[in-house]
Design a protein. Structure first.
Length: 367
């Protein structure tokens, strides 16, 4: 699968662009703050129906515009696919596949798989467990629609139970039973799928980290869940009084975590900037290969400022990895051509190179 053409109007600081791409390597060059990341985000939006940079669609509209529009033309399994997204101020979002609007946006997830490596990804290490659960959910949902809908049903039951717990008096036990039974039922499937994912994903991650670091450190991932103790329902019943006292649910799939270890210790405590960056890049590259195997489709690989905070040896190792035939279409941002030219020299395919300045996109090496 690859993206052959992208059109944008009023997307953040990109007033208008009309770009054609190489099936293998595409680069956006420019100084910081010029709009390189916004172009990657537009591509991301067409895969996930939302931005990586902002949770509010209206904030993506150019300050001088009343709407934004993004359209991508893809070749997927020897068939052309056209995806269009449009947002007007104070109006419902439009999201269409081949000119037909989706009845549910969740139905689009997984059609155009993509993996983004961004400087912001350090939140996986530094922030709370909700970010690491979100990482697992994003990966699994791209090939398992049942999982996505199961997580949505679990969260609905969780919100309903939490609403009861915020009442002034202890909630009715029968009402709690209804939501707890649903949470426990959905949690069984969530736990099973997350266990399967971590078991298959971890060896891929370890392999990529060894290639990037030159085997200098040992890494591991450990999945923890309340479901390790068995059925969730008895735990929820046991915690009713405590949960009522604090006003929210303290047990369940929404408390799962993915522990990230470096030489046996949490990387959050022991990792350097370079080690943290290597860790995240290895996780995202493993995500790419995992999705490729699970879906039979090569995802888009979006690399935003990937070489920052890495020593020269790790940069060279990453270039060797992503230039291999294991990876399909690549989009990369860079502030200069040093690393870009090194990648191009290793990839036996024509590249498309664009420069971005103040939101204006120009073809330096058109495709």
């Amino acid at each position: 699968m690859y993206l052959s053409h992208l059109s944008c109007i009023n997307y953040r600081n990109i007033r208008e662009c009309d770009l054609s791409f190489s099936e293998k390597f595409n680069c956006f060059l420019g100084d910081n703050g010029m709009g390189k990341t916004n172009l990657l985000d537009a591509i991301y939006y067409l895969s996930f129906t939302k931005s990586h940079l902002s949770a509010i669609d209206s904030q993506l509209i150019n300050h001088d515009g009343e709407f934004f529009m993004i359209q991508g033309n893809y070749m997927r399994n020897q068939q052309e696919e056209t995806i269009m997204a449009a947002v007007k101020r104070r109006a419902k979002k439009q999201f269409k596949r081949n000119k037909k609007e989706y009845s549910r946006l969740s139905d689009h997830i997984g059609l155009i798989p993509a993996v983004l490596v961004s400087p912001d990804d350090n939140y996986l290490i530094q922030e709370g467990s909700d970010e690491r659960r979100r990482f697992m959910d994003i990966v699994i949902s791209q090939y398992d629609k049942d999982y996505l809908h199961t997580v949505m049903r679990y969260n609905q039951a969780l919100q309903s139970r939490n609403a009861l717990l915020k009442a002034d008096v202890m909630p009715d036990a029968e009402m709690l039973d209804i939501y707890e039974m649903q949470m426990a039922h959905e949690a069984d499937y969530i736990y099973k799928k997350r266990c399967e994912f971590v078991a298959e994903f971890t060896p891929l991650f370890k392999d990529f980290y060894a290639k990037i670091s030159g085997g200098r450190e040992e890494v591991d991932l450990k999945y923890t869940s309340h479901n390790e103790q068995g059925d969730l329902k008895p735990l929820l019943v046991e915690c009713r009084n405590r949960d009522f006292a604090i006003g929210y649910t303290t047990r369940g799939s929404h408390k799962d975590d993915l522990q990230m270890l470096l030489d046996g210790f949490p990387i959050k405590r022991t990792g350097s900037q370079g080690q943290n960056k290597s860790y995240i890049v290895a996780m995202k590259l493993a995500q790419y290969i995992y999705l490729k195997k699970a879906t039979g489709v090569s995802p888009l690989l979006l690399l935003d400022d990937i070489f920052d905070r890495l020593d020269s040896s790790r940069v060279e190792n990453i270039i060797k990895v992503v230039s291999s035939s294991d990876f399909g279409q690549i989009f990369i941002t860079d502030t200069n051509r040093n690393y870009t030219d090194s990648l191009i020299s290793k990839i036996a395919a024509k590249a498309a190179i664009y420069t971005i300045s103040e939101g204006v996109v120009s073809a330096l090496q058109p495709f």
